[in-house]
Structures are given as structure tokens and as C-alpha cells.
Design a binder for this molecule. Structure first.
Ligand code: CO8
Length: 258
């Protein structure tokens, strides 16, 4: 991998987009490497939580690579959009919980990667935007779909129609950032949150993630049916037995993740 660094820390995997000279701009190769890395991590049993961040102090990722896109036609643009979606869909649906550690600019395709993560923790200097209309295009990595689902249609339209940047506090106010922390506490905050989630019954966490994701795609009646089915699956696990027996015996549970 040229542009992605993977660091394994017991139950956590830290995936870093590492192209700081271009503010971690996302060209096709970077997207392909993100996809390959996420697939690799998804197959690692010991990893429960993935933290996605950018190298350097300045940017999570300042968007898709404009120097690449300027030369591309409609077919190539659509192909690049396919890669953006593939990376985002993986972050959203993979077995592990995904946390975006937003260490600066999260613009365009960079913002879209954060939108696909389960949780977003922002450093206090982070800035979010979908500025595509300032370049004559529209978001192409799920931004028009996921931003509206997270902060509401009206606010998403204003951000996408203006292309304006918002700071971390505004992102928090809108419900885009789960927390805002001082920049030198960002990774520790993400690690602590990741470890807490990893200490829970991870198959149950995955079932909960799947059920919550369904709520964004199907109606309430069918979503409730899906919840019932997934709860039934949870009842079939050893972790359900262990969690409940441990509670009744007043001891900490020893989950085995199935
Ligand atoms: N692409 C390519 N290079 C970039 C990008 C980018 N998105 N962002 C920054 N860079 C490069 C700059 O060109 C510069 O390179 P160099 O030093 O070689 O000149 C270097 O990074 C540093 O950037 P700046 O000098 O501009 O740093 P500043 O601190 O002055 O400004 C900003 C920082 C505000 C982040 C500024 O760089 C900026 O506005 N960047 C572009 C942001 C943007 O518009 N992003 C959205 C791109 S569109 C997109 O993401 C679409 C996604 C979906 C695509 C679907 C498929 C088609």
C-alpha cells in the first residue's frame, strides 16, 4: 500500500489515509487501497472496531483528487464515483464498528467517508463540507443520500447547495459529529470509545448496527420485523447466555463473539 497505513492495536485497527502533501486527496488508487484494506480488516477476527483518520495535522481528506478529475470524462467520473461508493458501503456495512477520527478538513469525498462511518469524532479544528457544486459537479460518494439522513433534508440541501464549510462545533450542533475534542486528544478519545464498544458482545453490536442501518432503508413496519429477526439471532448466541448469566451471578461477562 502506498497511501494507506494500517496499524493493529489488539481489538482496534487504525486505518490512516497517508497522502498529506495533497491533504490526503483521494485519487482512484487511494480509494482502491482503502477498499482493499477494509476488506482485509473485515476478515480479521480479533478486530472489533476500525478507526479511520488522515495523516498530518491538517486534513482527514480534502476530497477526491481534483488534479485527477479535471482530465476525466463522464465514464471515468462515474467509475470514480463507483469506487467512492464501494469504500463508503464497506465502512457502513462491515462487521466492525467504524469511527471517523476527523483530524482537520473533511471535504467532498473525505466528508463522504466520514458520513459512511458509524460514528464521527471531530478534533476542534475539523471542518466539514460538500463543496462539489463549487467545482461544477455534485457529491458522488453517497453525500446526497447520507448527509440528508444524518442531519435532515433541509440542512443537507443548504450545505450542498452552498458548498459552505462548517466547523466542528456546528457539525456537533447539527448531529454530524458525535463529539468534539481538543486535537491532541482525538486519537485517545477514539481509542477509548473503540475499546468500550469492543468490550461489549461484538456479534450483538453487529446485529444492532445492521438493524439501525435497516432503519435508513426500509419502512418502520418492515424495520420492526427485521429487528425481531435479528433479536432472535442474538438469542441464539452463546454471548446472550453468557451476558445474562454473568449479570445474574454479579460477575463481568466473558464474551466469545458468537
Ligand atoms: N485534490 C487535489 N489536490 C488537493 C485537494 C484535492 N481535493 N485539496 C488540496 N489539494 C492539494 C493542493 O492542490 C495543494 O497542492 P500543492 O501544494 O501541490 O499546490 C495541497 O493539497 C495543499 O492545499 P492548499 O495549498 O490549497 O492548502 P490551503 O490550506 O490553502 O487550503 C483547502 C486547504 C481549503 C482544503 C483547499 O486545499 C481546498 O479547497 N481543497 C479542495 C477542496 C475540495 O473542493 N474538495 C472537494 C473535491 S470534489 C469531491 O471530493 C467529489 C467527491 C465525489 C467524486 C465522485 C467521482 C467523480
Amino acid at each position: 500500500m502506498e497511501f494507506i497505513k494500517l496499524s493493529l492495536e489488539e481489538e482496534l485497527a487504525v486505518v490512516t489515509i497517508d497522502r498529506p502533501k495533497s491533504l490526503n486527496a483521494l485519487n482512484s488508487q487511494v480509494y482502491r487501497e482503502i477498499i482493499a484494506t477494509l476488506r482485509q480488516v473485515e476478515a480479521m477476527d480479533q478486530v472489533k472496531v476500525v478507526i479511520l483518520t488522515g495523516a498530518g495535522e491538517k486534513a482527514f481528506a480534502a476530497g477526491a483528487d481534483i488534479a485527477q478529475m479535471v482530465h476525466e470524462d463522464a465514464v471515468a467520473g462515474r467509475r470514480l464515483s463507483g469506487l467512492c461508493h464501494e469504500a463508503a458501503n464497506l465502512l457502513e456495512s462491515m462487521r466492525q464498528v467504524t469511527i471517523a477520527a476527523v483530524n482537520g478538513f473533511a471535504l467532498g469525498g473525505g466528508c463522504e467517508l466520514t458520513l459512511a462511518c458509524d460514528l464521527r469524532i471531530a478534533a476542534d479544528h475539523a471542518r466539514f463540507a460538500l463543496p462539489e457544486v463549487t467545482l461544477g459537479i455534485i457529491p458522488g460518494g453517497g453525500g446526497t443520500q447520507r448527509l440528508a439522513r444524518i442531519i435532515g433534508v433541509g440542512r443537507a440541501k443548504e450545505l450542498i447547495f452552498t458548498g459552505d464549510q462548517i466547523d466542528a462545533q456546528e457539525a456537533y450542533r447539527l448531529g454530524l459529529a458525535n463529539h468534539v475534542v481538543p486535537r491532541d486528544e482525538l486519537m485517545e478519545t477514539c481509542r477509548a470509545l473503540g475499546k468500550k464498544i469492543a468490550s461489549r458482545a461484538s456479534y450483538a453490536v453487529f446485529l444492532a448496527k445492521t438493524a439501525i442501518n435497516s432503519s435508513q432503508e426500509i419502512d418502520l413496519k418492515n424495520g420492526a420485523e427485521r429487528e425481531k429477526d435479528l433479536l432472535g439471532l442474538a438469542f441464539a448466541t452463546r454471548d446472550k447466555q453468557e451476558g445474562m448469566e454473568a449479570f445474574l451471578a454479579r460477575r463481568p461477562p466473558r464474551f466469545q463473539d458468537f
